[in-house]
Design a protein around this ligand. Structure first.
Ligand code: AMP
Length: 193
């Protein structure tokens, strides 16, 4: 299956992406993880991405789309994948559509995890992320950056809900509850429970 996971920062996308890809036997492709790995390795891409990430802004579309195009061309993506954190703008969604249309391999589903803002702020301020094997608070999980990321989500990413509703691929689930319960909702929404 080719799946896009959509939802605000802190909706549990990373956690669900990991569980779902384990169940479905497909790779998880997280643009945030790829950017963080590049920052960690000090690559040119990492240096560029870091300035945007630290501010809670989106990395420019051209850079992000080129990176995803490369990743989707890897052999492990041939049998399907779950995109986590991409697309994040309508321009990215259009670029992805064009890419997949060219390859004759359209998306099977876009899974939207819905979580109210109040939950998100609480979750992000207390979350820890494993980076290089260590549990740390991400720089961009600081309260002032979180507020900005939520604003960026509302302005640039939320329009994708309508974009994908129009294509008929959108499946929305309630992201509040126990982790296992949400995975079950997701599998049901994908028709594979
Ligand atoms: P995430 O781990 O998905 O929350 O992503 C962390 C940060 O990486 C975001 O706040 C952006 O700065 C950057 N990023 C991740 N995915 C994208 C994307 N699809 N487009 C632009 N920037 C992205």
């Amino acid at each position: 299956m080719r799946i896009v996971l959509l939802g605000p920062p802190g909706a549990g996308k990373g956690t669900q992406a990991q569980l779902l890809t384990g169940r479905l036997g497909i790779p998880q492709i997280s643009t945030g993880d790829i950017f963080r790995a590049n920052v960690g390795q000090g690559t040119e891409l990492g240096k560029l991405a870091k300035t945007y990430m630290d501010a809670g802004d989106l990395v420019p579309d051209e850079v992000t789309v080129a990176m995803v195009e490369d990743r989707l061309a890897q052999p492990d993506a041939a049998g399907g994948y779950l995109l986590d954190g991409f697309p994040r703008t309508v321009a990215q969604a259009e670029a992805l559509d064009a890419l997949l249309a060219k390859a004759g391999s359209p998306l099977d589903a876009v899974l939207e995890i819905q979580v109210p803002d109040a939950h998100i702020i609480e979750r992000l301020s207390s979350r820890v992320t494993m980076i290089d094997g260590e549990a740390v608070q991400r720089d961009d999980d600081r309260p002032e950056t979180v507020r900005h990321r939520l604003q960026v989500y509302a302005e640039q990413t939320a329009p994708l809900v309508d974009f994908y509703r129009a294509t008929g691929a959108l499946r929305s689930i309630d992201g509040v509850g126990e982790v296992d319960e949400i995975t079950h909702r997701a599998l049901e929404a994908l028709g594979v429970a």
